[in-house]
Design a protein. Structure first.
Length: 609
């Protein structure tokens, strides 16, 4: 949830570190800091509370000539976002500096031990314990001191450490929190995300769980905590620098909303065998006879990915008749789930590093279940640890509120649903029709985006309201949940999503002329029921904004505002109905002058439980 970047080479380190921090600010923005190894002055550091711009103002006009350093942007867990609690943290002698993503779960016990050994602490963080622990073991070999310290640690970490007495190296290690080494020519980098180093190299080594790397300007050596030598695999980063720039848009979120015709096309490229009416999903690594034996599917995820999983449940059950359960990953591992060899588990995560989802994955594998992943980041922990899976190919998503990653996940789940359906009850002709419907989705999304101006106008009429209700039925109930989540994430408006029929079992008490109600009312099997729910809202003076099927004139007579979307197969409608909800949330947040890409208290990649 925080961001790390480090540099070791021949160029001045600070500009590279600051640039990297800016690209990582979506991962954490409560505070920031850096430390440089200066041959004449030991370790030179600056920290500030707030965003990276505060740090830039602090150092403006000052000279820093070091060619080695580490930096950090923080999303607070232990201790408030203050200058004192900002990273990097130091040992007693100010000779060792450390930046850390993750949580040290046994820090209280370690702190008590270290205090008994004479160590004095300055901050409220768990991280400071770790740097003092490295100091306790340091006898001239920084890598060995880090290794010894980590043998005492319980929890998750991605760390980078430097020492004034070893100014030729950065020591990095990971356990549950991602780190990548950027491989350059006469220089090397370390970061928690490839976006921080993409402007300098497209060659990367993804550290695995429990690995420790010693990074010099000339190269790097990787071992395990047990001192077993590892052979690094250098991978080429497929993302480009243009993908992580705003490209003329005011915010990354708006750019990523508008990228969805392209990202959805990338998700299905090469996967739609329209002639045979069946998707090609070779990454699942399962033979068709294995898939036919599956008696039950569990999908586990968090946040927006959980909403995509709920949509997947509707699609898979209707097309394949295989029972599906959707679990919050944070609850899955703690409730002793009943799973066997005929249960298939899918885990969904944009980053592939979500801590709760990884924990669920490992719990399922411990029980002998086949686990498949749906994720966006090549080389991520979920991509490596699952038995197979499907990449969404959505490209880097910088905005904290997920948009294009969500639709790509739903598109993957739609393909999985059709594949499983073709193995059981869906005919080749019907399969062909479904493949053709999916193939049309990117162009239909583009059609909705061309109607952006109307959605912006509607936002202008409702941005001052402080409560919204979102209603949907069947497969669009999860879409209502996701629409409400987008609004609350970036505008800080209280918004709730409900199955439309459940409104009268409680939420209807909230409805009056001050409560806008967004209703997904498409020409699908439950259309008539949703119209009845709209009448219930109108009878209580509620203002209805409807997402409706193109050509539906009946609904225009019943509601204040209608946003039309093209028609498609009813199970695939969430891929279209979510687009106006994303835009509505965006423009309301803009009018409320909110921080769109970095909403308060949120982080992009949640790597702690």
């Amino acid at each position: 949830m925080c961001g790390i970047v480090g540099y070791n080479g021949s160029r001045q380190a600070l500009p590279i570190l600051i640039e990297g921090l800016k690209r990582l600010e979506y991962r954490g923005y409560d505070s920031a800091g850096f430390v440089l190894a200066d041959p004449g002055d030991g370790l030179r550091a600056e920290k500030c509370a707030g965003k990276i711009t505060c740090l830039e103002e602090l150092i403006e006009g000052r000279k820093f000539n070091s060619t080695l350093g580490i930096a950090h942007t923080r999303w607070a867990t232990h201790g408030e976002p203050t200058v004192v609690n900002a990273h990097p943290h130091f040992d007693s002698k100010h000779e060792i500096a450390l930046v850390h993503n993750g949580i040290i779960e046994n820090y209280r016990a370690l702190k008590a031990y270290l205090e008994s050994q004479g160590h004095a602490f300055r901050t409220e963080t768990d991280t400071e314990v770790l740097v003092h622990l490295v100091e306790e073991y340091y006898e001239g070999d920084l890598t060995e001191a880090v290794r010894m310290a980590l043998t005492q640690v319980e929890g998750t970490y991605g760390i980078a450490v430097i020492c004034s007495n070893a100014q030729d190296k950065i020591v990095a290690a990971r356990q549950g929190s991602p780190l990548v080494i950027g491989h350059g020519d006469g220089e090397n980098f370390v970061a928690s995300d490839v976006s921080a180093i993409l402007g300098h190299t497209n060659r990367a080594v993804y550290l695995k769980e429990g690995e420790i790397a010693t990074i010099t300007a000339e190269g790097y050596e990787i071992t395990t905590k047990e001192k077993i030598q590892c052979t690094p695999k250098v991978e080429e980063i497929s993302w480009t620098l243009d993908m992580i720039e705003k490209g003329g848009y005011n915010h990354f979120m708006l750019k990523e909303i508008h990228e969805q015709p392209i990202t959805l096309r990338n998700t299905i490229r090469g996967r739609l065998n329209i002639e045979e009416g069946i998707p090609r999903l070779n990454g699942l690594n399962l033979q068709y006879d294995q898939l036919r034996k599956i008696e039950r599917i569990i999908i586990t995820a968090c946040g927006t990915s959980w909403h995509s999983a709920l949509i997947g449940e509707y699609m898979i059950e209707e097309l394949s008749r295989v029972p599906v359960e959707v679990e919050y990953a944070s609850e899955f591992r703690y409730r002793s789930p009943i799973i066997d060899e005929n249960t298939l588990l899918f885990v969904i995560s944009q980053s592939g590093e979500t801590a709760d989802t990884l924990a669920a994955l490992r719990e399922a594998k411990n029980k002998g279940t086949t686990v498949l992943g749906i994720c966006n980041v090549v080389g991520s922990s979920i991509a490596r640890e699952t038995d197979g899976g499907v990449y969404t190919h959505a490209g880097p998503e910088i905005g904290v509120a997920s948009t294009k990653a969500f639709t790509s996940q739903v598109m993957v789940l739609a393909n999985i649903a059709v594949l499983l359906g073709r193995m059981r009850q869906v005919s080749p002709v019907r399969g062909m029709e479904l493949m053709q419907a999916l193939d049309r989705i990117p162009e239909q999304v583009d059609q909705i985006l061309r109607n952006e101006g109307k959605i912006k106008d509607i936002a202008g009429q409702y941005y001052q309201h402080n409560n919204f209700l979102y209603l949907g039925r069947s497969v669009n109930y999860p879409t209502a949940l996701e629409g409400a989540l987008k609004l609350k994430e970036i505008s800080y408006i209280h918004a709730e999503g409900y199955p439309a029929a459940e409104m009268k079992h409680g939420p209807i008490a909230l409805i009056d002329e001050k409560m806008p109600v967004v209703v997904i009312a498409l020409k699908d099997p439950v259309y008539g029921k949703v119209l009845s729910n709209i009448e219930e809202v109108k009878a209580r003076s509620g203002h209805v904004i409807a997402i409706a099927s193109e050509g539906d004139t009946e609904i225009a007579e019943k509601v204040r505002h209608v946003i039309y979307i093209p028609e498609t197969f009813h199970l695939f409608t969430p891929l279209l109905s979510i687009i106006p909800l994303q835009l509505l949330a965006y423009y309301i947040a803009v009018l409320r002058d909110c921080d769109i890409d970095q909403p308060r208290n949120l982080a992009k990649s949640v790597t702690v439980e």
